[in-house]
Design a protein around this ligand. Structure first.
Ligand SMILES: *[C@@H]1O[C@H](CO)[C@@H](O)[C@H](O)[C@H]1NC(C)=O
Ligand SMILES: *[C@@H]1O[C@H](CO)[C@@H](O)[C@H](O)[C@H]1NC(C)=O
Ligand SMILES: *[C@@H]1O[C@H](CO)[C@@H](O)[C@H](O)[C@H]1NC(C)=O
Ligand SMILES: *[C@@H]1O[C@H](CO)[C@@H](O)[C@H](O)[C@H]1NC(C)=O
Ligand SMILES: *[C@@H]1O[C@H](CO)[C@@H](O)[C@H](O)[C@H]1NC(C)=O
Ligand SMILES: *[C@@H]1O[C@H](CO)[C@@H](O)[C@H](O)[C@H]1NC(C)=O
Ligand SMILES: *[C@@H]1O[C@H](CO)[C@@H](O)[C@H](O)[C@H]1NC(C)=O
Ligand SMILES: *[C@@H]1O[C@H](CO)[C@@H](O)[C@H](O)[C@H]1NC(C)=O
Ligand SMILES: *[C@@H]1O[C@H](CO)[C@@H](O)[C@H](O)[C@H]1NC(C)=O
Length: 490
């Protein structure tokens, strides 16, 4: 672990004095000048992933007396000759030796829709060192690429060029026998998640979640990847019934349990209307409720808040909107709840959700969390009159404004704290504020830790893997012209 800054009087005045310091900012590349954001969307989940180099990199790591590895990043960048065409770029940097990114561009694939769904999501198998990307998806055929094995486990001997990736596939290797017109069609929102070692009974180490269908009408599916073997289907775990579930995220707790929270969006029949890029009448005003379920076995059996079984994907019994005990907070349509904002799990196994509501006539960010005794608490973030922020940050949320993130620092001096990374929703603002609250203060004692008046035009994302490995928070930010990675220590 890197040395973390220790607040001088941690016990008495806690985060009032906690340091949250920028320690460096680097540029990945130029952000395409599209109307809709292609880089930096909350549901993209992971555009930044860090992996310890294993094998002989582990030996080097000992010499350098550090457990840092390589950090990997993905972003779209415009074609040099035609800005209406974008290519996926993949970068890496050796965190031990340099802050310089090495980047290659997959110029054999042209991205051309100006559609904010069409992000790139990155996953890495720790077991075989393959990189996986899901990209350019909005209700279309699967677009997925996998790298050669060893790329991330033997980084110092790999030549970092586009040749490490195979072609764009419309299926998942290992599942060639599945009917593509049923399973790999109408795909949106692919997201990968590393499976922790205590949750790998089958040896799989990477999860893929995606939606089949469309806004208001869709199902969520899960797949697992086994190193050197390929993909396996877990099944349909969230079935929409004249609606679709929008997850805030998927997170493992320290015992290997998988938790998710979501909101439902009801379907409005929009036959004959142009809904190609944005959702049209199937917009977030049709979102309702805050739901929760968890799984002990990587997503096959699902339990409700009280541990009662509600789904079994092997028996093709998914969680459905009427499943018992899933609705934690009943939030009406037109209640201002947004889809896919943020969730995280703290070191005590409490799940925290960030979303927003307008149930009082004022749109505000809300923090929902599950206590260690399975009770849920729902608190709006303090109004701007009670929380001093140069960005007036908590006074800015709008129904479809830029989404924030929740971050739990690893064990150490900041243990017990919860950070909210909030992008201003004020018109034309690119301000960014980082707030913190504490378990001791029942997560009601929000204060601003750090903020800037500009620099964040998209939704801020972060590297969850690096945070766990070395305690550094790497934020993925778009400042209007560049895609950047800003590092913080605390
Ligand atoms: C640039 O790419 C777009 C999208 O593929 C295409 O429609 C357009 O004709 C291209 N422009 C030029 C000058 O080639
Ligand atoms: C991508 O766009 C370039 C430039 O317009 C074009 O030459 C190339 O054929 C396109 N590639 C594919 C795979 O469509
Ligand atoms: C895919 O979308 C088309 C067009 O909306 C629809 O007809 C078809 O049933 C969908 N298939 C699946 C598996 O979602
Ligand atoms: C939507 O309405 C059209 C006609 O207006 C009808 O044909 C179609 O079945 C409806 N779709 C759904 C999913 O209800
Ligand atoms: C899940 O369903 C499968 C297939 O029907 C069945 O064999 C298994 O026992 C079920 N598991 C549980 C925990 O209900
Ligand atoms: C919140 O709801 C009130 C009353 O319904 C409405 O006037 C206001 O515009 C809403 N705020 C936002 C940001 O949508
Ligand atoms: C802060 O936000 C609140 C709520 O939107 C608004 O009433 C107030 O005028 C804002 N203050 C400043 C200084 O912008
Ligand atoms: C936001 O920017 C647009 C385009 O530059 C401009 O037309 C609009 O007036 C701005 N809005 C505010 C509140 O500054
Ligand atoms: C983004 O950051 C770069 C590097 O600091 C700077 O040159 C550029 O002007 C910034 N863009 C905007 C829109 O602020």
């Amino acid at each position: 672990m890197k040395k973390l800054w220790i607040a001088a009087c941690y016990a008495c005045c806690l985060h009032a004095t906690a340091a949250f310091r920028p320690v460096g900012s680097t540029t990945l590349g130029q952000d395409p000048q599209t109307v809709n954001r292609l880089n930096g969307e909350s549901f993209q989940q992971d555009p930044l992933v860090t992996l310890n180099g294993m094998l002989w990199d582990a030996i080097l790591a000992i010499q350098y007396s550090s457990d840092l590895g390589y950090q990997y990043a993905v972003f779209w960048t415009a074609d040099a000759t035609n800005a209406s065409i974008r290519h996926a770029s993949v970068s890496r940097r050796d965190l031990r030796m340099s802050s310089l990114w090495e980047t290659f561009t997959l110029s054999d694939y042209n991205q051309s829709d100006d559609d904010g769904h069409d992000v790139i999501s990155l996953g890495i198998s720790q077991g075989d060192g393959t990189l996986h990307i899901g990209f350019d998806q909005h209700d279309n055929d699967l677009r997925y690429r996998i790298s050669k094995s060893g790329v991330a486990t033997n980084p110092s001997v790999i030549e970092w060029t586009a040749d490490i990736f195979g072609p764009t596939l419309d299926y998942l290797p290992g599942l060639e026998f599945l009917d593509k017109s049923v399973y790999f069609i109408n795909i949106t929102y692919p997201r990968f998640l590393n499976i922790p070692s205590n949750a790998r009974p089958s040896g799989s180490d990477l999860l893929l979640e995606l939606r089949v269908g469309r806004s208001g009408l869709g199902d969520d599916w899960l797949y697992t990847y086994t190193p050197n073997r390929g993909w396996n289907q877990v099944g349909r775990y969230l079935e929409g019934v004249n609606n679709n579930a929008y997850i805030n995220g998927l997170d493992f707790d320290s015992h290997g349990l998988l938790h998710t929270t979501w909101t439902y969006r009801d379907y409005v029949n929009d036959t004959g209307q142009d809904v190609a890029v944005e959702a049209g009448p199937n917009g977030p005003e049709n979102n309702h409720d805050m739901d929760y379920a968890f799984s002990h076995d990587l997503g096959t059996i699902w339990l409700n808040n009280w541990g009662q079984q509600i789904a079994n994907t092997t028996a093709e019994e998914p969680v459905v909107p009427i499943s018992a005990g899933i609705t934690i907070f009943s939030i009406p349509k037109y209640g201002g709840i947004l889809n896919q904002e943020a969730q995280t799990i703290d070191n005590e196994g409490r799940i925290h959700v960030l979303n927003r509501e307008n149930t009082t006539g004022v749109e505000r960010w809300y923090h929902y969390w599950r206590s260690t005794t399975a009770a849920w608490i729902r608190t709006p973030l303090p109004p701007s009159s009670e929380l001093y922020s140069v960005n007036n940050i908590t006074g800015t949320p709008t129904v479809i404004g830029k989404r924030g993130k929740l971050v739990v620092p690893p064990s150490g001096p900041s243990s017990g704290m919860l950070f909210a990374i909030l992008p201003s929703n004020a018109p034309n603002s690119s301000a960014l504020s980082v707030l913190a609250s504490t378990a001791a203060g029942h997560f009601r004692d929000w204060l601003v830790l750090w903020e800037v008046p500009s620099g964040c035009v998209a939704e801020p994302l972060f590297d969850r893997t690096r945070l766990r490995e070395d305690g550094v928070l790497s934020l993925y930010l778009v400042n209007g012209t560049e895609v950047q990675v800003a590092d913080f220590e605390f």
